[in-house]
Design a protein around this ligand. Structure first.
Ligand code: SPD
Length: 353
């Protein structure tokens, strides 16, 4: 492990709001309540629990023992459900509610503030894409930063790249790391790579102190941009990222669903075009347990050596040992890149203005 691994840096700060308990002490408001309150105040009391009558749903809650459906601000009017075999873990961290359950059909599931982050069955598509899209697009990437990604799955994928010398990861919530190590060893194995240096803290703050041009690649594996994570889709955050990348360096950012979040994606693309000045592309992958069954990635390069995302210069198939490193690559490949990106061009003609 790197120098900070296992103890975290000192930049941690509370992102949740606070309420006074009446006895002078302060109690943190769970961020899921803040998110619900931000969009519809009447939902505040309805955001727990999300497992009712043996089913988990992203837009379900219980009220006086009855099932209630409410509009999640990120995907109003729909709810995806998974049958629960058993609840393995449930706790509130300083930042969010953390839930792990065994599902009937997708293996173990990690949920943060009522939103599915990953399942054992389909996590590989997301982690492989968000890591290899940027890492394969430049020659010999050496320094990488992961923002979020506390489960370790993205680290596991970065580990396939032997050119990489140093991997910083900045995750705000230590509970996510600990829970992943306990329940998702196939992802948390990423922390065993000696190139990894863990910083437990706020990534926005972390990035403010990063020397200009430090990273070849930055990967933002965040939760959805509602409430506290909102700033991760705003211009100042992208400017901080661009500053931390070297000329011709690459950002890959989780960028939601093309079916549900067209306007958000349009805004992100236009901010990134202004900010990065190199190439900007949108790619997507099928992940059945994310809302609408797809998730997107915004990949951008800074001004400098030209980056061609459609024809990766560093194809994973040619990297010695990468394909089978610890486990086989199962979703990403350099040939289908044209359809990951190319289809985006055809649908974008219809979905985007
Ligand atoms: N709508 C859920 C988006 C979740 C993105 N982060 C997933 C973390 C997996 N490493």
């Amino acid at each position: 492990m790197g120098e900070d691994a296992g103890r975290g840096s000192e930049c941690q700060k509370i992102m949740d709001g606070k309420v006074n308990n009446g006895n002078g002490s302060e109690k943190a408001i769970p961020s899921c309540c803040l998110k619900a309150r931000a969009s519809a105040p009447e939902l505040e009391a309805k955001c727990h629990p999300t497992v009712v009558s043996g089913w988990f749903s992203e837009s379900q809650s219980s009220s006086a023992g009855k099932m209630v459906y409410f509009n999640n601000p990120m995907w109003p009017g729909e709810a995806h459900s998974l049958k629960v075999e058993s609840i393995l873990y449930k706790a509130k961290s300083d930042y969010q509610e953390v839930l792990v359950f065994e599902s009937s059909t997708y293996g173990k599931v990690l949920v943060l503030d009522g939103i599915v982050q990953l399942t054992e069955k389909d996590e590989l598509a997301y982690q492989e894409m968000i890591a290899h899209l940027p890492l394969c697009s430049i020659p010999s990437p050496k320094t990488v930063l992961v923002v979020g990604g506390g489960d370790g799955g993205v680290l596991r994928e970065i580990s396939r790249h032997s050119s990489v010398e140093h991997i910083d990861i900045c995750e705000i919530d230590r509970m996510v790391i600990d829970v992943s190590k306990k329940f998702f060893p196939e992802l948390a194995v990423g922390y065993e790579d000696p190139r990894v240096c863990l910083h437990v803290g706020d990534a926005v703050e972390f990035l403010r102190h990063v020397p200009k041009g430090k990273y070849d690649v930055i990967i933002v594996d965040s939760s959805d941009p509602v409430g506290p994570a909102q700033e991760l889709v705003e211009k100042p955050f992208f400017e901080t990222i661009a500053r931390a990348l070297r000329p011709g360096g690459v950002l890959c950012n989780m960028a939601e669903s093309m079916w549900l979040h067209t306007h958000l994606i349009e805004d992100m693309i236009s901010i990134c075009r202004e900010t990065f000045k190199g190439s900007v592309h949108y790619a997507w992958a099928s992940v059945p347990t994310y809302p609408s069954g797809v998730i997107g990635f915004l990949i951008c390069s800074t001004e400098g050596p030209q980056v061609d995302f459609v024809n990766p210069i560093n194809p994973i198939e040619k990297l010695e040992g990468a394909y089978h490193h610890k486990r086989e690559l199962r979703f990403y490949n350099s040939e289908d890149i044209v359809s990951f990106l190319g289809e985006t061009t055809s649908w974008s003609a219809g979905l985007f203005d």
